[in-house]
Ligand binder design. Structure first.
Ligand code: PLP
Length: 372
């Protein structure tokens, strides 16, 4: 962890942080957690950053795991839960990743960070960079939700809008970073966003009394959260907190951009770029993900699956979920509820099972999606 790194310089694939888990487990125990602070930094021993003073925090993580009986009843389920990530700083779970990446950037003494983003990653980077006194250079598609563009400007970032997709934004960052002296914090091309996001897996276990649920529904773009959770389960098993059981992981994507769904169904280990990607769920508008094989391996090993949801269904699901439970979900989160209806109809997820939906962001950041 001595020098900033992006991808592996020999194979071009993502790098992952490893910990001495035996050492970590001496002080980090389910018992010790009962008295720790209510942020994701409660899992300090399995997070990067050498010195506490380099941690850049806005109070992220430890979001509520809400039992949603009224919503569950519509599907005949008693044990349906929503992990409400809209309650993070900058109103999405991208805060988890950026607290990791920006804290490490501070440790390394980096001065300029750059990111291509479909929306919420930009807002989170802008906020955490401002908090650290570091420059943020952000590249977003021109049709990114207004809230994301405005929040970046108002938290002091340098914002460039690109006529294209997140992949085009990524190419722009790659082309200019050397000359501009930017460090690229693209998801999985930087090793510590996934470390922040893996705390989703720790919280899932801790908030459900160390018994993982039967099924997890995750709205999947770049897949950092999914890959992070899978890593967290492994770490928790090595520390002796859980056994070899795993929840079945379900990747939920938009019908207009479903590369992982397609690859899973075709039995492929790598996903082809999804042509003409289009969806209102900006967080899911990722036509090509560098961690595709990591997601596909995890989905298959968990015995889970995939569902693609049309935009109309996910937007309708926002109101259904909102009026049943009072959670104004992002379209990405609501897509998981729409997908769950299909999985229940096919009895892929049974009525007596415990399922957790990740509401990854706040509906209020997507006002242009809603009409009366
Ligand atoms: C980024 C984002 C996603 C996708 O997350 P990944 O970990 O990149 O798959 C889902 N929902 C929202 C609201 C997002 O901002």
């Amino acid at each position: 962890m001595g020098v900033p790194q992006n991808l592996c310089t020999s194979c071009g694939k993502p790098l992952f942080a490893r910990y001495d888990l035996k050492e970590a487990a001496r002080t980090l125990t389910p018992q010790s957690l009962t008295t720790r602070g209510k942020s994701l930094w409660r899992y300090r021993e399995v997070l990067p950053v050498r010195k506490d003073e380099d941690i850049v925090t806005l109070g992220e993580g430890w979001t509520p795991m809400l039992h949603v009986p009224r919503l569950g009843a519509k599907l005949g389920m008693e044990r349906l839960y929503i992990k409400d990530e809209s309650q993070n700083p900058t109103q999405s779970f991208k805060a988890r990743g950026m607290t990791g990446a920006v804290s490490m950037a501070k440790q390394y003494g980096l001065k300029k960070l750059a990111v291509p983003s479909a929306g919420n990653a930009a807002g989170a980077l802008a906020a955490y960079a401002a908090r650290a006194g570091i420059e943020a250079h952000i590249f977003m598609p021109a049709d990114t939700p207004q809230a994301n563009i405005i929040e970046c400007r108002e938290t002091g970032a340098h914002v460039t809008l690109i006529n294209g997709l997140i992949t085009d934004c990524g190419m722009e960052v790659a082309k200019r970073k050397a000359a501009e002296g930017w460090f690229d914090v693209s998801t999985l091309k930087e090793p510590f966003r996934v470390e922040g996001k893996k705390t989703l897996g720790y919280e899932l276990a801790e908030q459900l009394d160390w018994k993982l649920p039967d099924a997890v529904l995750y709205p999947t773009g770049g897949g950092t959260g999914l890959i992070g959770m899978w890593k967290a389960f492994d770490e928790m098993q090595q520390m002796g907190w859980i056994g070899s059981e795993r929840p079945r992981l379900y990747t939920i994507q938009a019908s207009g951009c479903a590369p992982i769904v397609r690859a899973f169904e075709e039995g492929k280990r790598f996903a082809d770029e999804f042509p003409n990607a289009a969806t209102k769920a900006s967080g899911l508008r990722v036509p090509k993900a560098i961690g595709d094989f990591l997601m596909l391996d995890a989905l298959r090993a968990s015995g889970g699956g995939v569902v693609a949801v049309p935009d109309e269904e996910m937007i309708q699901a926002v109101r259904e979920l909102g009026s049943a439970e009072g959670i104004f979900a992002a379209p990405e989160g609501a897509a998981c509820y729409a997908a769950l209806k299909h999985l229940r109809a096919q009895n892929v997820i049974r009525a007596d099972e415990q399922a957790v939906i990740f509401n990854t962001g706040a509906g209020v950041k997507y006002l242009e999606c809603f009409h009366d």
